[in-house]
Design a protein around this ligand. Sequence first.
Ligand SMILES: *[C@@H]1O[C@H](CO)[C@@H](O)[C@H](O)[C@H]1NC(C)=O
Ligand SMILES: *[C@@H]1O[C@H](CO)[C@@H](O)[C@H](O)[C@H]1NC(C)=O
Length: 374
Amino acid sequence: MATNNKPFLAIFLLFLGFLRFDLFSGQEAQAPTGSLTSPPGIYVFGDSLVDTGNNNHLLFSIARANYPHNGVDFPYEKPTGRYCNGKNSADAIAEKLGLPLPPPYLSLRSLLTREMIIPAPLTGVNFASGAAGIFNSTFQSLCQAITFSDQVNDWITIKEELDDELGPSPAQMHISKSIFGVTIGVNDLSDYISSSKETTPQQYTQSMADTLKVQLKRIYDTGARKFLVTGVPLIGCTPRSREKNTTVYACNEEDNMLASLFNKALVKMLQQLKEETKNSMAYTYFDSYKAVHDILSNPAPYGFTDVTSACCGFGKLNAEVPCLPFSELCPDRTKYFFWDLFGHPTEAAAKATADMTDDSQYSSPLTLSQLVSS
Ligand SMILES: *[C@@H]1O[C@H](CO)[C@@H](O)[C@H](O)[C@H]1NC(C)=O
Ligand SMILES: *[C@@H]1O[C@H](CO)[C@@H](O)[C@H](O)[C@H]1NC(C)=O
């Protein structure tokens, strides 16, 4: 009797699980908001570091994470499309600001026509897409992604709907007080690294910054005034990069230099953009490179014991196979910095770095709190 019940129980629990998934996704954007210092909303743009499931809705993309072990620590163990065991950096920032998790833009739209099926919550939307870059061409090998330029188009669609819903003047107020988060560039750098390098690293990273500036200006022109722009992290220290160095598993310093070079161009571009807008825009540049560097070189205070290998994967450093349902999963996810071979952070790492946005060592010219109250 008892043994006979087990399969039924398992199916029942599975069913209950599915039921809960649906309840949860409905509530994703409606959780009660927190403190008085919360901005009205957060709009997220970028790549797989902050994608919360947009690529699940792309018919041809293979840059997806909507299968286990991704999501193993997300509520109801749901693989949502986040490249993470749980909540990612975009979620960590939203929670820090007392806002509900912004839903993926495409989860609000019809699959084929992209017409609205669910109105965007006023607390924000996530436009990010795994494999996206500043340039339009970053995702060739992964078939499909939403380019940064298209992410801005998607935002403009939402902005027009906000104008209709709230009236132009309240919509402007909402937009000018909301936070616009941007995390992009790693895939452009990867393309350069694997290319025949027809331009110098200086020329390439400068062109990335110039191209991003055009897009930030387009966001600014919709009335956005508060930007949280994240630099690129140490791309040469991902488990995959280290695994390639078969002798000592060292970081690839050449790749790290390239990341630094882009960050320098990014910082300069942001200063210029601020001047060109006559100081009417405010921003936080979050130095993700320094933040990750400081955690990797002194992991203990942050609670990490492994900052070289992937938590989910297989082989040397768990970096020879991506995070797939049959990959090995580290038992204690809170002790690992890296989730997978690509270097996506674990939920614990995303939280640790999000907390550093209020530290002026890592965030300038304003910390995130200062940006919100500016
Ligand atoms: C990307 O494509 C869009 C439209 O398809 C175009 O407007 C934009 O200039 C392109 N960006 C780059 C950097 O080529
Ligand atoms: C491995 O790292 C060491 C130390 O940074 C470096 O000297 C060596 O060239 C690297 N080897 C490979 C194969 O990348």
